[in-house]
Design a binder for this molecule. Structure first.
Ligand SMILES: Nc1ncnc2c1ncn2[C@@H]1O[C@H](COP(=O)(O)OP(=O)(O)OP(=O)(O)O)[C@@H](O)[C@H]1O
Length: 263
């Protein structure tokens, strides 16, 4: 495994029912970056994320996380996971929700305040979740995923259903988290969000179409927007795209511009 790789997937196949949902995936992801897992609905994003977290029975291949097989007990506090379905209780306050999960994980009270502050929820700490906006609600799920200072945080479509302002807000927060050295893997089917990542893994019908930087995505396809770039990659078959290319320093991931605290 590459020294800086925090996730190493080799020849991963996953069948769900009779369907081969992930087909011979091999790739490595580096620490300290935002990795965007992009692909259309049904392309296998959630299944791949579940395989990394260790919540998915895999048919063959290996998924190694921080040097250990995914799902290992020793990874429990090292990998945070925010599922697509909201896992917060409407009738509890923000603090009560976070404290509940902190207790399950055996974490001290200070940890509750730390993640609430880290997700900009201090003002809403005493509000019931039912009274929060969609973005604030998603941030409660994110706060729970950050409990215990994980090294890897897996976020399954955290911006789904949010308006562009709230989406930009959350991506600003992801950038600030990545700047602290976390490895964030964020799935989305909104291609525009690809441009906010350091690296993009494009998935289609259970196969990796490309692994590249936003800069490379645009340069390789000559497209002016990521949606068109994705379609162009499909057209060309992207047969030589999965090349783990070295990021171009000039690609200066756009989110870094907002990593200094602005949203
Ligand atoms: N329990 C299941 N049994 C059989 N097939 C399943 C099951 N769950 C999911 N699938 C299939 O696996 C494929 C990948 O699903 P997955 O949820 O991983 O995709 P996705 O890219 O995350 O989609 P979305 O963006 O809509 O959440 C889909 O074709 C789906 O129909």
């Amino acid at each position: 495994m590459n020294k800086s790789a925090c996730i190493d997937v080799q020849e991963l196949n996953v069948k769900r029912g009779k369907n081969l949902v992930l087909d011979q995936l091999s790739f490595q992801l580096e620490a300290g970056k935002i990795i965007g897992l992009l692909g259309p609905s049904g392309s296998g994003k959630s299944t791949l994320l579940r395989s990394i977290v260790g919540n998915q029975i895999i048919t063959s291949g290996t998924v190694t996380v921080l040097g250990l097989p995914s799902g290992s007990k020793a990874l429990r506090h090292k990998v945070g996971y925010m599922t697509q379905a909201a896992s917060v209780y409407d009738d509890l306050t923000v603090t009560q929700n976070v404290a509940y999960f902190a207790k399950i994980l055996g974490l001290p009270d200070e940890e509750v305040n730390r993640v609430i502050q880290g997700t900009d929820l201090s003002e809403q700490a005493s509000s019931l979740v039912i009274d929060l906006s969609g973005g604030q609600r998603n941030r409660v799920s994110l706060a729970i995923a950050l409990l215990g200072s994980p090294e890897i945080v897996i976020l399954d479509e955290p911006t789904v259903g949010l308006d562009p302002v709230l989406r930009a807000d959350l991506w600003g927060l992801f950038a600030r988290l990545a700047a602290t050295g976390l490895c964030l893997v964020v799935s989305s089917h909104v291609m525009d969000e690809a441009m906010r990542c350091d690296q993009i893994l494009l998935l289609r019908e259970g196969k990796i179409l490309a692994q590249l930087t936003p800069y490379e995505l645009m340069e390789r396809t000559g497209a002016t927007d990521p949606e068109t770039a994705f379609l162009k990659l499909i057209d060309t078959g992207a047969s030589n795209s999965h090349d783990n290319a070295t990021p171009d320093p000039d690609s200066a991931p756009r989110h870094r511009a907002s990593a200094d605290g602005s949203k």
